[in-house]
Design a protein around this ligand. Sequence first.
Ligand SMILES: Cc1ncc(COP(=O)(O)O)c(C=O)c1O
Length: 393
Amino acid sequence: MRQIPFHRPAIGPDEEREVLEALRSGWITTGPKAKQFEKDFAAYVGARNALAVAHCTGALHLALFAIGITPGDRIITTPFTFTATAEVMGYVGAEPLFVDIDPATFNLDPDLVERALKEDKSGRIRAIMPVHFAGHPCDMQRLMELARRYNLKVIEDAAHALDARVQMDGRGMTAIGTIGDLTCFSFYATKNITSAEGGMITTADDALAAKIAVASLHGMDRDAWKRYDASGSWYYEIHDMGFKYNLSDVHAAIGLAQLRRSGELTARRRAIAAQYNDAFASNPGLEIPRTGPDVEHAWHLYVLRLRPERLRIDRNEFVEQLRKRGVGTSVHCIPLHTMHYYQRRYGYRAGEFPVAENVFSRCFSLPIYPLMSDADVAYVIEAVAAIVDSALV
Ligand SMILES: Cc1ncc(COP(=O)(O)O)c(C=O)c1O
């Protein structure tokens, strides 16, 4: 039987060559490759500044630190995300203010964001942290307008959204990474490009970029990493509280090679998504993910929803049957407000965000990655269709 794992990273000879070069150079931690990765990434996305860090979680934390979030502040975000998005708010004593999602896009519903802002009596909402779920951009036009009107910062969690674009008034199709005050990307093993572990922050604000550069390495001078270099000096100053979030050159080497292939890798994801959409659009047991002319989807995830009223089996059974047929799946995401930690710390309760809960109850993610062959994609399509056929009411 064919075995199709949920994910396999597309690591090739370029990545191997870059890593070997870093290993043999005698400089394996943050250095020239990390700096080159920042430069190439900024150029690729069209951002003024890009700062390489150890992971997207660290990127999000640094973003909150840089905009001066303090204990008791509140940040609007989605419950339909991975814990890292809201976890970092706890690092700085802030509180995630969850707002339900739009069932079409799985992203923050701007009408509900507006309502939350209108109804707020705390006066402590300082920022919005939209997540471009699965690689479908949020409605950034509306969210940026709300942020400007209520004087909020926008930190985008773009862990899923490298290569995504969204229509913006006066700018046309606009790359994620060039819209909010700060945008955080992930290069975790499953992401559209990977550095095994890694992240990047983009911003047009030079002062925020300078603050993050210092904070990402213990609060040291910006170029303190050069102190062991022939041109470096042993002296460094500590300017502020900082963190250990720098990206090593070994990781950056993988990222550099992956970035050069990003267009090709995303194109393959888009082609697979198109095949899935064609195959499932008219299937009575399934609901395919949205895309539209207002967005260029990055297709980090392909999230299918079952139509429970048409099927005799639930999501868990469906996923189990796919596993038996050799197809690896995952479920994105378990809504955060249903998790113990968020309930204990912030008082959230199950039932509060019905759209996120409904989507969660009937969704699962199919394999979608460049190493899948056409035969793999065809096999997944057949397996899904066969399970629906056997379970239709
Ligand atoms: C939406 C979202 N945000 C943040 C992260 C954290 O990324 P990293 O593993 O690079 O810290 C992830 C990781 O899966 C994610 O899915």
